[in-house]
Design a protein around this ligand. Sequence first.
Ligand code: ATR
Length: 277
Amino acid sequence: MSDNKIPLAGVLGMPIGHSKSPQIHGHWLKTLGLAGFYIPMEVSPSDLSEVLKTLPKMGFVGVNVTIPHKEAVLQIADLVTDRATLIGAANTIIFRKDGKIHADNTDGYGFIENLKFGAPSWQPTAGPAVVLGAGGASRAVVASLLDAGVPEILLTNRTKVRAEKLADDFGKRVQVIDWVQAGNVLEEAALTVNTTSLGMIGKPELRVPLDGLRKGSIVTDLVYAPLQTKLLAAAQEKGCHTVDGLGMLLHQAVPAFERWFGKRPVVDSATRAAALR
Ligand code: ATR
């Protein structure tokens, strides 16, 4: 790409209409006064490889990938970061100047940054974390919590074998708890995280009994539609500190934007407002 070309980025998924990433990146491009565009692109799994190889020729400097491409992209990329390999999924692609496709996962970074901003009192070493769910999002959360120094993760998932596989991949600090026992371990948690889709608009509610949530502990939900989930409302009533899931989406976009467009954006109330528009 010649240096005076306008850099392009975007998000590949199917469906893609719901994505908030175009609003987030568009807001930063505008407020930072940068030339560039970020667009949503609906791409089917069978076209993913060809599309990724073509986009750099059109001026794209990188893309985000979302459902259903986050795992498949690892097979297509020339370089995959260690954390994306461990998580088994990537969300950020960089088209390097040497022609190589580089895949990374910034979800765990976004999760931790959101916690740090939303619950500044959180000390990773304060005690165990209870993580509900063992899907792709859970793997990013577990990786980042272990990295941050959380001593123990109590992991619970409806489909137990999926939690057991995750624990096998991540080592002894991850203990699997039966899904029906989830409510009984909450009192041990310094941090409780919902990584399942339960509680999201259009999905069933999370039915884990929440009486055990400890006053003063931190509770966060990856679900951000609605912003105030029933889990967060119940946690607030119990005197927990709560952190909603929108911030994770905003913070995971920061390192990608910086690599593509050359300036590090700030997550502030205007960014939140842009994502909610
Ligand atoms: P993501 O990438 O967002 O994590 P995913 O990999 O499809 O998406 O994982 C969805 C998570 O929500 C899983 O933990 C899933 O549990 P299963 O592994 O048992 O499927 C959880 N989940 C979705 N619907 C659920 C339901 N009705 N009851 C309990 N857990 C559910």
